[in-house]
Design a protein around this ligand. Structure first.
Ligand SMILES: [Ca+2]
Length: 348
């Protein structure tokens, strides 16, 4: 299916540019379950010169698929962005849906009075077909940012294996490589659909995993939130959502789970990663015990030394880069700047 005319870009990104100009933005699909922290991540991505958002695909997660799809449309309407939205999986692969209204409110984006959504942004295609089409039509490999359960990504892998070479990498928020006792939140995105997560981690695609401990550390202070609120309507919208997020306990800092994964695409210099193999554990037990099993690779030199001379040139490195650290101050500073950029660009 061709891109409907209302989504054609207002100006072509293919225009030739002097070599001193920054690199062209990388094409990006956002697979998401908005969700308050999803909304903050999406607003910043849409204002960034680093990425070109081609599609927002929704999935059941923080709230049901009707709400996540409606929320994506509401957010785009508020920001006045004509990005196509495709509705995705309404439940996990093999188990009933689990939601998180206690964190995001009943609608998933409680706390702000959004305008009526522009429903012409919603595609007839489902999320899996839309993702496959965007991958097929792109002239360069596409990043996928997965901010919810991995149900759609697994269905894409099953239904359209021919487009997988066009995935540059899947950057996902979920899992943990450093379970710490003070982190009391369940690993929601993995635990909601552990069968899907296991299939994605086992697929032959590059993955960057941003775990819950990274979002736990990367907090915005109450003062950061007040700065955003004063900066303009987008900042005020984000601050209003944060006012109800996770009981609205802004005074202790707002934990930024999904935005940290989004930030890896825009500011990779703020992150440390290590190659690893990742599996999923606890899927036969209680929800709160389902998470990732991360096995870090030996130092790459040691891995290379294990390959006998003359062996065939198989890349011995694991295919998941797991984020192990984030520059917390740099994240908070660039977050406030990123939302300010959305205010400057989107709101007249
Ligand atoms: Ca999310």
């Amino acid at each position: 299916m061709a891109v409907p005319s209302q989504f054609l870009p207002e100006e072509s990104h293919a225009a030739s540019q002097p070599s001193s100009e920054p690199a062209a933005p990388r094409p990006l699909i956002i697979d998401t379950d908005p969700g308050i922290d999803d909304a903050a991540a999406i607003a910043a991505l849409l204002a960034s010169d680093a990425v070109d958002v081609r599609l927002i695909a929704t999935v059941s997660g923080n709230v049901n698929i009707d709400h996540t799809t409606e929320n994506a449309l509401k957010l785009l309407t508020f920001l006045d962005r004509r990005i196509p939205v495709a509705r995705g999986a309404s439940e996990p692969l093999e188990r009933p849906a689990v939601y998180a209204p206690e964190v995001h409110g009943e609608s998933g984006m409680d706390g702000f009075d959004f305008p009526e959504p522009n429903r012409s942004l919603l595609l007839d295609e489902d999320a899996i077909e839309a993702e496959a089409r965007v991958l097929r039509e792109s002239d360069m490999p596409v990043d996928i940012l997965a901010l919810g359960p991995l149900t759609n990504i697994t269905l894409l892998i099953r239904r359209h294996p021919e487009v997988l070479p066009n995935i540059r990498r899947v950057v996902l928020m979920g899992g943990t490589s450093a379970a710490r006792p003070e982190i009391t939140v369940p690993d929601f995105n993995i635990a909601v659909d552990p069968e899907a997560a296991a299939e994605v981690f086992g697929a032959a695609i590059p993955i960057v995993m941003v775990g819950v401990e990274i979002g736990w550390d990367a907090r915005l202070s109450a003062s950061d939130v007040e700065t955003m609120r004063a900066d303009g309507p987008v900042g005020a919208m984000i601050a209003a959502l944060f006012g109800v997020y996770d009981d609205g306990r802004v005074d202790r800092g707002v934990q930024m789970y999904d935005p940290t994964a989004a930030w890896y695409l825009m500011h990779p210099e703020l992150f440390v990663t290590k190659p690893a193999e990742v599996g999923v554990t606890g899927a036969d037990g209680p929800f709160d015990g389902i998470t990732t099993q991360v096995t870090f690779a030996p130092a790459l030199d040691a891995v290379a030394a294990d390959v006998p001379a003359g062996a065939c040139a198989t890349d011995p490195r694991p295919h998941v880069d797991v984020v192990t650290d984030i520059d917390v101050d740099g994240f908070a500073r660039t977050f406030v700047d990123g939302i300010r950029r959305a205010d400057e660009r989107f709101i007249p």
